[in-house]
Design a protein around this ligand. Structure first.
Ligand SMILES: *[C@@H]1O[C@H](CO)[C@@H](O)[C@H](O)[C@H]1NC(C)=O
Ligand SMILES: *[C@@H]1O[C@H](CO)[C@@H](O)[C@H](O)[C@H]1NC(C)=O
Length: 202
């Protein structure tokens, strides 16, 4: 996750490449001309995400993206594992923490903010394909992300990172906002030294 989180920030900075990586996706359907562009993310939304990594570890993530408040919140439930809070702020600081027995917190500074709503601008259009049962437009950006958007509703359906983490969008509530009280990092984020367990790698 850490690598994915870190590298998504590079989308903000890198120029688009024209390199095409088929990513094993078949079959291709008609590609409309001119090529469509990805719909920008709504400034505020909540999405329930089903994620599968190459190691076949599964997790459910509640994503609360909030551009006006400058935060990107991921609350991750790992299968039969921990629930991890990942609060990313636009000033570059991210807090990772757990609650309950053995609660831990790790603070990281990525030096860049959260993805902009238009972070997919400049993505390379690959065509139309059916995924998860939805007819989608598919784009690729900097060989890092493959992004599937429903042709009709323009909602994201799925995105894959280069490292094999596949994310499937189960709900997409435009305008939903997480209460501020939930994103307040716990006191032990500010008082304790991390005990060596890298939460973001688990
Ligand atoms: C997760 O992804 C792996 C690799 O693509 C695949 O073999 C597996 O069936 C997937 N598991 C689920 C539950 O989607
Ligand atoms: C970034 O913002 C968060 C939330 O307001 C704050 O807790 C954190 O200390 C800030 N980081 C820096 C480096 O100012």
């Amino acid at each position: 996750m850490k690598v994915a989180l870190l590298l998504i920030f590079f989308l903000l900075k890198l120029p688009n490449q024209v390199a095409v990586n088929g990513n094993g996706i078949e079959p291709w359907l008609n590609a409309p001309a001119p090529a469509p562009t990805p719909t920008p993310w709504p400034e505020q939304f909540h999405a329930l995400l089903y994620m599968n990594s190459t190691s076949t570890h599964l997790q459910i993530t509640n994503l609360w993206y909030d551009w006006p408040k400058g935060r990107n919140v991921n609350i991750l439930q790992k299968q039969l594992g921990m629930m991890l809070y990942d609060i990313e702020w636009n000033n570059g600081t991210s807090f990772y923490y757990t609650f309950g027995e053995g609660a831990q917190c790790q603070t990281m500074d990525f030096g860049v903010g959260i993805p902009r709503p238009d972070f997919l601008d400049g993505a390379h259009y690959l065509g139309q394909v059916v995924t998860d049962g939805f007819l989608c437009n598919l784009w690729e950006k900097v060989d890092f992300i493959w992004y599937y958007e429903d042709v009709v509703t323009k909602r994201p359906v799925r995105w894959d990172f280069y490292d094999g983490i596949s994310t499937h969008v189960m709900t997409f509530e435009i305008g939903a906002v997480l209460p501020d009280s939930i994103v307040q990092a716990p006191a032990y984020c500010f008082t304790e030294v991390v005990n060596g367990n890298d939460l973001s790698e688990t």
